[in-house]
Design a protein around this ligand. Structure first.
Ligand SMILES: [Zn+2]
Length: 44
């Protein structure tokens, strides 16, 4: 098991959240759907 966070970044507004994201996730800042989020791996 790897012990790293999955950070997802909204490609529209830059909002970051920890995944995994549900399929119906909506960006709380700009309102786009989950397809606009890109995975950013971040080691602790
Ligand atoms: Zn956004």
């Amino acid at each position: 098991m790897e012990d790293k966070k999955q950070i997802y970044v909204c490609s529209v507004c830059g909002y970051e959240t920890v995944g995994p994201l549900p399929d119906d996730y909506i960006c709380p800042v700009c309102g786009v759907d989950v397809t606009h989020f890109v995975l950013k791996e971040e080691k602790q």
